[in-house]
Design a binder for this molecule. Structure first.
Ligand code: CUA
Length: 365
């Protein structure tokens, strides 16, 4: 008896630990439970929510009815001395029809709004703003082109933060450059796969400006749990201003400054094999457009320090409570130790080189 009580208590503790481990703070200055899918902040997430709750309450009602019936059957029809064998109903056609038809009717009732919602969420409105979302191991890239304010043939490439206008439908066009990933912004919509060689769409819309957390929701390798992103919804004017800023090339820093030293590290230490930067015309022999996409695609750094791009390394850094520069130092010193399996290698940079690199990265607003 005592040992059974002990194992029951142990099971209770394990369950509590499991429940509590789901409540984890994932970024600094974040409200609790940023990935709460029961807290919709836009029409598409609300569509799922208003389907979820009625189905949930129907299930709760059925659960209690079934439990009640089981308990009643066990209490009232239990075996007692002198009691005759109960009437057997095996093969009773009438009863079998009843308990087949009722669940079928309930399921059919739930299926109608479910199928309607599924189809409604699969197709973007034709006039929705289309933004490409490209998954990589282990970060999300966002590309903008053919949008008002972006000249023909021009493109904006950014990473970790997807900036969208608030209160407007955005059509995220999903694809992957390596394996299967999944883009999930719980407060704005459900999950959708990013599949190499395929294009899926995901409708996103936020009622209000704000930061909405996204996470890769398909196991995609060693650092799957560190593949996150932000969807930053901003007012329409701020969005236009952001587009204009993103189209600006990066200025080449003045000669002899720490930022210039940092730029030299960037150009010579191997970073340009993966990272693209669009530099302004200059007389300093800095190539005006470094495009690394042909070799291996890492995040485009032209606007690394943009006001909305507040995190890096798959939007996992800085960690909650960590200073931005400290996190950046940690990252540049040895990326794979921060993000296991990271394709960004430890380049063996000295502390001075890292400090200068950070000084340069901060000019990329
Ligand atoms: Cu990408 Cu998991």
């Amino acid at each position: 008896m005592r040992s059974r009580l002990r194992s029951l208590r142990l099971a209770g503790l394990v369950l509590l630990a499991l429940v509590l481990s789901a409540c984890q703070l994932i970024a600094p200055d974040v409200e609790d439970a940023p990935l709460n899918s029961l807290d919709p902040k836009g029409p598409f997430a609300r569509q799922i929510d208003s389907l979820f709750w009625p189905v949930f309450w129907i299930a709760v009602g059925i659960f209690f009815l079934v439990q009640l019936a089981i308990i009643a059957a066990a209490v009232f029809f239990r075996d007692r001395p002198g009691r005759k064998e109960a009437k057997q109903i095996h093969g009773n056609a009438k009863l079998e029809v009843i308990w087949t038809v009722i669940p079928a009717l309930i399921l059919a009732t739930i299926a109608v709004p479910t199928v309607r919602t599924v189809f409604d969420l699969t197709e973007c409105s034709p006039d929705a703003m289309r933004i490409e979302v490209i998954a990589h191991q282990w970060w999300f890239e966002f590309r903008y082109s053919n949008i008002e304010g972006i000249p023909d043939g021009a493109e904006i490439e950014t990473a970790n933060s997807m900036v969208i206008p608030a209160d407007e439908e955005v059509c995220a066009v999903l694809s992957s450059e390596d394996v299967i990933h999944n883009f999930w912004v719980p407060k704005l919509n459900g999950k959708r796969y990013l599949i190499p060689g395929q294009e899926q769409v995901l409708r996103l819309q936020a009622d209000e400006p704000g930061t909405y957390y996204a996470h890769c929701a398909e196991y995609c390798g060693l650092s799957h749990s560190l593949m996150r992103a932000h969807v930053v919804a901003v007012a329409a004017d701020d969005f236009d201003a952001w587009i204009a800023r993103q189209l600006e090339p990066a200025a080449v820093p003045e000669e002899g400054t720490p930022a210039d030293e940092g730029l030299q590290v960037f150009l010579n230490a191997g970073c340009v094999q993966c990272h693209s930067v669009d530099f302004a015309d200059n007389d300093r022999n800095v190539p005006d457009n470094i495009i690394a996409r042909e070799t291996f695609n890492g995040p485009n750094l032209t606007h690394f320090s943009d006001q909305y791009r507040t995190m890096f390394a798959g939007a996992t850094l800085p960690e909650a409570g960590e200073d931005y520069d400290t996190a950046l130092k940690r990252w540049l010193a040895d990326p794979p130790s921060v993000k296991p399996g990271s394709y960004m290698p430890d380049l063996g940079l000295t502390e001075a080189e890292i400090d200068n690199l950070i000084a340069w990265l901060k000019t990329l607003e």
